[in-house]
Design a binder for this molecule. Sequence first.
Ligand SMILES: [Zn+2]
Length: 219
Amino acid sequence: MILTSHRVLAVGAHTDDVELGCGGTLSRLRQAGAELHVHALSRAEASLPVGASADTLEREFHASMALLQPASATVHRLPVRNFPQHRQDILETLVAVKRSLQPDLVLTHASTDTHQDHRVVHEECVRAFRGITILGFEIPWNQSHSTTNAHVQLREEDLELKERMLAQYASQQQLGRGYTGASYIHSAAVFRGHQARLDLAEAFEVISLVWKASSHGQG
Ligand SMILES: [Zn+2]
């Protein structure tokens, strides 16, 4: 059902969230013929090594997206760690995206994410995308516990693409953030795969499931 989605919107608070949360699934969706749209709401200037230029993460994001080749990839300019003060701007941005894209599947942060920016994006996506299937992806080190209950099998090439996308984020590796490394990404896919009797998988929280009888995205 997920893989018959026609137009897919992935929304992350920051650059690299989408790749970490659902990069392999996006690879499978693209291979299945879905039209992909990726939005990062902040380029996270405050999460950079000393001396790095302010657009570093934006450039790394676009290098990552050049590998995925979505129909569109957009970086907004919300201030990192201050999303709670910009809740209405975020909602209005998401509503505008909904109107222009009319996605039939939305992938965004899960409900159990404790990062303040991730929480706001989750909550505003639930408000903005009523009537649309929403799956929550996990960023494990930010989550108090896991509520994942859906698994998407990854092929070796999906995982390899995910690893290559995250390898574009040299600034985060410079900061010692090991979650962009291939070892961590592979281990997480094996762990989630075992839960569903699969070799490799990404796991999601079903936030909203809308199974339409007709129009694009059926099934
Ligand atoms: Zn983030």
